[in-house]
Design a protein around this ligand. Structure first.
Ligand code: HEM
Length: 239
């Protein structure tokens, strides 16, 4: 008697599909774009002086009171950011391993799509940004070490403005931040474009070009906006 073995059926869950993972990357990426733009705008308040910057940092914690407790809005933002990071990393690493497993040999034909510096550095640039954010949180939020011998730990704990100035009076600290901003700029220029492509906003030649331009503009605004306060402090314009 002839027997046939039915091929084992593998059920694909919706959340494992490449389309869903790409959608997750795009939407969590847009959350980050919004956050870095707001954070960059907030940092520019150092140009308004110590009182303005410190009261802005204080307002971040009292925002929404009395409906929210002290620091409540900041905690909501933190929870959204942590959830977005987890989603972004899950999607990135799953797609990364899928792409590696897809074919071990390169195709003989050259890829048709034009690779930009941003697109070629997405993976390792993303890892560099993650390392930077961990370091950045230790530096400015969790430990707040007194790195500058001229400024005491208590002065740093009391005033976010003093903490910024004490940090960026050191050239090597400015160098670390500038390098991180270059990585962020490259990641954002391609990521912003790619998110729009995933969401289907690049169907026409015009839409494609617009998405590329938005990617470059977002990256330039974020890099320049973030770089200005450290440079102004280093050169004694703010302090
Ligand atoms: C030159 C660039 C940057 C400067 C000068 C800077 C400065 C600061 C400062 C002073 C704080 C503490 C704010 C406070 O406690 O009131 C902070 C917190 C933070 N920064 Fe940045 N930042 C920069 C870039 C970035 C980038 C690129 C990211 C993300 C990709 C980022 C993510 C964060 C996060 C998540 C916090 C913690 C907010 C919280 O939960 O309290 N920063 N930053």
């Amino acid at each position: 008697m002839a027997t046939t073995t039915a091929p084992a059926k593998r059920r694909t869950r919706a959340r494992d599909t490449t389309v869903f993972l790409k959608f997750l990357m795009a939407t969590t990426g847009i959350v980050f774009i919004g956050y870095v733009l707001l954070h960059m705008y907030g940092n520019l308040k150092v140009f308004a002086g110590q009182e303005a910057f410190d009261s802005y940092a204080h307002h971040l914690r009292t925002f929404g009171e009395p409906i929210l407790p002290y620091g409540g809005m900041l905690w909501i933002i933190r929870i959204v950011l942590v959830a977005s990071i987890l989603g972004h990393l899950y999607a990135a690493f799953t797609l990364w391993s899928r792409a590696n497993g897809a074919r071990s040999q390169r195709y003989a034909v050259k890829k048709a799509a034009k690779a930009t510096l941003g697109s070629r550095t997405m993976r390792w640039g993303g890892v560099a940004i993650l390392v930077f954010v961990v370091w950045h949180l230790i530096h400015f939020t969790i430990v707040k070490p007194a790195i500058n011998a001229d400024v005491s730990a208590s002065a740093i704990a009391e005033s976010p403005f003093t903490m910024m100035v004490a940090s960026f009076q050191l050239w090597w600290m400015v160098a670390i931040y500038l390098l991180a901003m270059i990585a962020l700029g490259l990641h954002l220029s391609h990521g912003t474009f790619s998110a729009q492509q995933t969401l289907g906003w690049t169907q026409t030649a015009r839409g494609y070009q617009r998405a590329r331009t938005i990617g470059y503009v977002v990256a330039a605004v974020v890099v320049v906006g973030f770089a200005l306060p450290p440079l102004a402090i280093l050169f004694g314009i703010v302090g």
